[in-house]
Design a protein around this ligand. Structure first.
Ligand code: PLP
Length: 483
């Protein structure tokens, strides 16, 4: 493709995206295709001869679009939001256009240095302490996801706990990590990848009402494990759990970590960016004093197209110690001088995209004020919905947190718990099959609960109101059909 051809098709693509976003409400939120349907509609073998780009665009609309679940739809209330925004999409396009690979500082100095600047900006915006800034001993780095961030944090924690032995000799004794039943599954995956096995994962009790970690149980487990000659390597506290956005008590957890010399990782994948609003800064209470690492995902609620997760550490030495290997073919004068950051040493893969461009575009386009406005809109709409759910006799509201997620249970008088859970899941299926919204579920105290996450960039009050009206209506209609 010549630059002129690129210009022509590039304009078509930008028009396609703009039309798609402008007309997104015409699509069913959740794709309605059956398994295999998209694959069957596509040729089994690749074309021998090149095709016009128009054919790609036409097949995108005709074949692929029906198989798309529309995450940017204003009635997308499933999981957590995964915001895309104009400046982020354009920043990503520019990154692809430059096509640079920022594994080392020397392979594109601007890729590294812009990243350092934007992660420091974001640290300032969400009130992270000075020691997480790159000019101090720590620093931030953009990862593809919070899952990678927690794996990398665990590897750094193991490096510190073992005095570097894990990197040299592997896992030579029992190292333990501490989670709760509410911690994201990526922690367990990280423990498996790191070779700790299930025996290395200790599950700390939660408060049955708030679902937040019980620090006194953490202390007991830490003491038991030390007595049994295990080495506690890392505690993961979550600020905004995946299931219900519960917030673990970081100050009390941090105090226990400090007494035992254990690495504290704070997983704030979803909720951390909300601390950009001064009234939500409390979410990060205890982080400044105690956290060794902290992760949040601008690719969830901060208008930055997937993928963009940021990890900060207060001390980059164990991170680099755990991950740095310098083969001859990567040696260069800048690295040898010790005066540059090579982000390849802060992540699992070697290669890395210029992700900082999209975060930079987002922060510059919206400014801190615009970003706060977006978070506040989601928080306000969720609070209004929670108020309505809480006062409706047909529903029970689960402990509400001042973020964008509302968790609730429809009530089914006369049904036992198992039948009521089946009815709740059936209600969710009906709502999602209608195409007019998408929401998901979780379990709390072994009961099925619906989760409605507000936070897509296009969501307005009317979308939440429509969803709530439909949920109430469908519950009544379904209840009328039950024995
Ligand atoms: N941690 C928490 C608290 C999450 O809610 C999630 C995803 O929702 C993750 C980690 C994993 O995020 P990612 O998809 O970026 O790996």
């Amino acid at each position: 493709m010549t630059p002129e051809e690129f210009r022509r098709h590039g304009k078509q693509v930008v028009d396609w995206i703009a039309d798609y976003l402008a007309g997104i409400e015409t699509h069913p939120v959740l794709s309605q295709v059956k398994p295999g349907e998209i694959r069957q509609a596509l040729p089994a073998s690749p074309p021998e001869r090149g095709e016009p780009f128009e054919s790609v665009l036409s097949d995108l609309g005709r074949i692929l679009l029906p198989g798309i679940t529309h995450w940017q739809h204003p009635s997308f209330f499933a999981y957590f939001p995964s915001n895309a925004s104009g400046p982020a999409i354009l920043g990503d396009l520019l990154s692809s256009g430059l096509g640079v690979q920022g594994m080392l500082w020397v392979t594109s100095p601007a890729c590294t240095e812009l990243e350092t600047v934007v992660v420091d900006w974001l640290a300032e915006l969400i009130g992270l302490p000075e020691r997480f800034r790159t000019d101090a001993a720590g620093g931030g780095v953009i990862q593809d996801s919070a899952s990678s961030a927690c794996l990398v944090a665990l590897l750094a924690a193991l490096h510190r706990a073992s005095g570097g032995r894990v990197a040299a000799e592997g896992i030579d004794r029992r190292y333990t990590v501490y989670v709760t039943s509410q911690t994201h599954s990526s922690l367990e995956k990280a423990a498996r990848i790191a070779g700790l096995g299930a025996a290395g994962v200790r599950v700390v009790d939660v408060d049955p009402r708030t679902l937040a970690m019980d620090p006194s149980h953490l202390r007991r487990l830490l003491a038991e494990d030390v007595a049994a000659d295990a080495v506690p390597a890392m505690v993961c506290a979550t600020v905004g759990t995946t299931s219900t956005t519960a917030v673990d008590p970081v100050p009390a957890i941090g105090q226990a970590c400090r007494e035992h010399g254990v690495w504290l990782h704070v997983d704030a994948a979803y909720a951390g960016v909300a601390a950009i609003c001064p009234e939500l800064r409390w979410l990060n209470d205890g982080v400044a004093e105690y956290a060794d690492s902290y992760a949040t995902n601008p690719h969830k609620w901060l208008l930055t197209t997937f993928d963009c997760g940021v990890l900060w550490t207060a001390d980059r030495a164990p991170l680099v110690g755990a991950l740095s290997i310098l083969p001859e073919y990567l040696r260069n004068a800048a690295t040898s001088s010790g005066s540059v950051v090579d982000y390849r040493d802060w992540q699992v893969p070697l290669g890395r995209r210029f992700r900082a461009l999209k975060l930079w575009s987002v922060i510059r386009w919206y400014g801190a004020e615009g970003l706060r406005e977006h978070i506040r809109k989601g928080v306000a709409l969720a609070a209004e919905l929670a108020e309505q759910v809480g006062t409706d006799p047909g529903f029970e509201l689960h402990e509400q947190h001042p973020l964008g997620l509302v968790c609730f249970r429809p009530l089914w008088p006369g049904l036992d718990a198992a039948a009521a859970d089946r009815a709740t899941l059936r209600l969710m299926e009906l709502l999602n099959a209608s195409g007019s919204m998408y929401l998901t579920h979780t379990k709390i105290a072994d009961r099925v609960v619906l989760r409605l996450a507000v936070g897509a960039a296009a969501t307005e009050r009317r979308h939440v109101e429509q969803a709530w009206a439909q949920i109430r209506w469908e519950r009544q209609a379904l209840a009328a059909t039950l024995p």
